[in-house]
Design a protein around this ligand. Structure first.
Ligand code: AMP
Length: 568
């Protein structure tokens, strides 16, 4: 078939300096890091708050921890859970795991016993490495019915100089001893000067099991291979034009694919420092951008909005921060403009998912994304080098659609994971003949720019018409009193499903508008089948740590249980 997509019409939007293809590398993020460390051991690998940790030190400590893992009998291919905030122990433990060929299972530190038990059992991990403050707040008996043999704890204060006044978000007792747990620093110290017997890792070996929410059923472990991660680090290097002068801000959680690739793997590849600071805090972020002259990051739009609303935004010198990328959730043109007016910085869009190891589409650095004249949506960018993406029909997914037509986005190339951990059925459903069915609905314009419409599973069918929640939300956002909104489908005896909007109003505007007024506002601005029939006010729209609105939580309000996947 003569496919328009195979011709990659988007390549003409690449800047002159951006390669159309990237060589498949036999490297891994660990290999990249070791090369950078050998070249310049004194160079900073990590800035943890105001303190520096050199490449040589990270290499040495991860060697020693790898020996400790070996001594516990860990072998190639076995799993190690990292339940950590963004602390230096994450890269050190990840490199240590990879040095013995083990697989890292990064988890959201907000998980509680029931969720953790699921991930421990599903991954079959033998080690559970977490923060002392997390372990001491858990009832560790949940581990009894899992494969976990040892708990290792570490303190977020461990890599701050002794006696230093900790930053505000780390104000806590020095270190918590957790009964029965081993201490990560003591394990490292026990093997001074030792190096592990590295079994070697190949590009097809799994680097991470990154859990992702299931549309139905429990979370699935996406198998991000070493080859996937190393390739996509090169994608960022190419499209963000990263060189040795860049400094990357670790604002996305390291347990999410954005942190794994857009922070850790790119820092390893380019040999540049990664700024870590436990977890996102707007004031600390602004301070650290100025302090370390940060140039690049990928963060959620929620984080950028928090920066925008922080009183320090005008006080800090952000002039170094020229590669500010927003990914993981929809971004409106209005927000990009607002951010630019306040800071002078343009927000670049980047789109991807756990299954594509972060970026599949990106706005090349120095290029402004077009806005779709029909829907007003900001483009998520162009497909990354060396990959082909298509738009397929929404029913069977077998018919390629023309530019401008709305369908499911499917991706192919070295960015796609080989599958889900021990879930062959889900793998076959998601990846068909090498094409990943993303579950995202969107279109490509004649010039090869891609636009997202919504998630396929969030589609509402009202009186037989397809309604995309984002279309409705975009209109509600135009109301001056609205801070946030999320639109969902509600069962309706007559229309099958009907449209319901949850709305959070801006501070001080709580009494300024009624639900009926919001309904009328929408009715005047959109087709009759689309406008919300009910509006419910909430104080806040629930979100994941990566900034996604939890429409499902809203839809299920009132139902007793809360599923694991909602938190991912
Ligand atoms: P995750 O696997 O947690 O990274 O989530 C991936 C999903 O986030 C994608 O399938 C999209 O639905 C959404 N997403 C990621 N990036 C963007 C973006 N730039 N704009 C809109 N939605 C996005």
């Amino acid at each position: 078939m003569d496919s328009i997509y195979e011709k990659r019409p988007w390549l003409k939007n690449y800047p002159d300096w951006a390669p159309h293809d990237l060589d498949l590398t036999s490297e891994t993020a660990l290999g990249d890091f070791k090369k950078s460390a050998a070249l310049n051991p004194e160079a900073p690998a990590i800035y943890y708050f105001d303190h520096e940790i050199s490449c040589g030190k990270v290499d040495r400590l991860s060697d020693q921890l790898a020996v400790a893992f070996e001594n516990l009998g860990l072998k190639k291919g076995e799993r190690i859970i990292l339940d950590l905030q963004n602390v230096p122990q994450f890269p050190i433990a990840a490199y240590a795991a990879w040095k013995i060929g083990a697989i890292v299972v990064p988890l959201n530190p907000m998980y509680k016993e029931k969720e953790l038990a699921y991930f421990c059992r599903d991954s079959g991990a033998r080690l559970f490495l977490t923060l002392d403050e997390i372990a001491s707040n858990l009832d560790l008996s949940f581990l009894e019915h899992t494969s976990i043999e040892k708990v290792i704890t570490t303190s977020p204060l461990d890599f701050l100089p002794l006696g230093a006044d900790p930053p505000d978000i780390l104000k806590r007792p020095r270190k918590i001893a957790v009964p029965g747990a081993m201490d990560m620093l003591e394990m490292i110290e026990a093997f001074q000067g030792k190096t592990p017997n590295e079994p070697g890792i190949a590009p097809e070996d799994v680097a991470y099991l990154t859990y992702t929410s299931g549309t139905t059923g429990p979370p699935k472990g996406a198998m991000n291979t070493h080859g996937n991660i190393a390739f996509n680090a090169r994608v960022y290097q190419a499209m963000q034009r990263i060189d040795s002068h860049d400094v990357v801000l670790g604002v996305a959680p390291l347990f999410h694919v954005t942190g794994e690739v857009a922070h850790l793997a790119i820092a390893a590849l380019a040999g540049i420092p990664l700024v870590l600071y436990y977890r996102f805090d707007p004031g600390e972020t602004l301070h650290l951008i100025e302090r370390w002259k940060v140039t690049v990051t990928v963060a959620s739009i929620t984080a950028y909005i928090a920066l925008l609303n922080h009183p320090d935004i005008k006080k800090r010198d952000l002039s170094s921060f020229v590669k500010a990328y927003s990914g993981g959730a929809p971004v409106s043109e209005a927000t990009v403009n607002q951010f630019e007016e306040a800071t002078g910085l343009y927000l670049y869009n980047v789109y991807g998912m756990t299954e594509t190891n972060s970026p599949s589409h990106i706005v090349p650095w120095g290029t402004r994304a077009p806005v779709d004249s029909e829907s007003g949506a900001l483009s998520v960018g162009v497909p990354v080098p060396g990959c082909v993406m298509k738009i397929m029909d929404l029913d069977e997914g077998t018919r390629e659609l023309s530019p401008g037509e709305v369908g499911e986005i499917v991706d192919s190339g070295p960015i796609v994971i080989p599958g889900y951990w021990q879930k062959p059925e889900e793998t076959t459903h998601a990846i068909r003949n090498g094409w990943l069915y993303t579950g995202d609905v969107g279109k490509m314009d004649e010039d090869g720019w891609f636009y997202l419409v919504d998630r396929k599973k969030d589609m509402i069918v009202a009186s037989g018409y397809k309604v995309w929640p984002r279309d409705v939300e975009d209109v509600i956002y135009q109301h001056p009193a609205v801070k946030e909104t999320a639109v969902v489908g509600e069962p309706d005896p007559y229309r099958g499903e009907t449209v319901k909007a949850f709305v959070a109003l801006k501070a001080g505007m709580e009494d300024a508008v009624t639900a009926e007024e919001i309904v009328s506002f929408c009715k005047a601005r959109m087709a009759a089948y689309k406008y919300p029939r009910t509006v419910e006010f909430v104080s806040e729209i629930p979100k994941t740590l990566t900034g996604k609105f939890l429409r499902r939580t809203l839809r299920d309000r009132g139902k007793p249980q809360k599923s694991v996947e909602e938190n991912v």
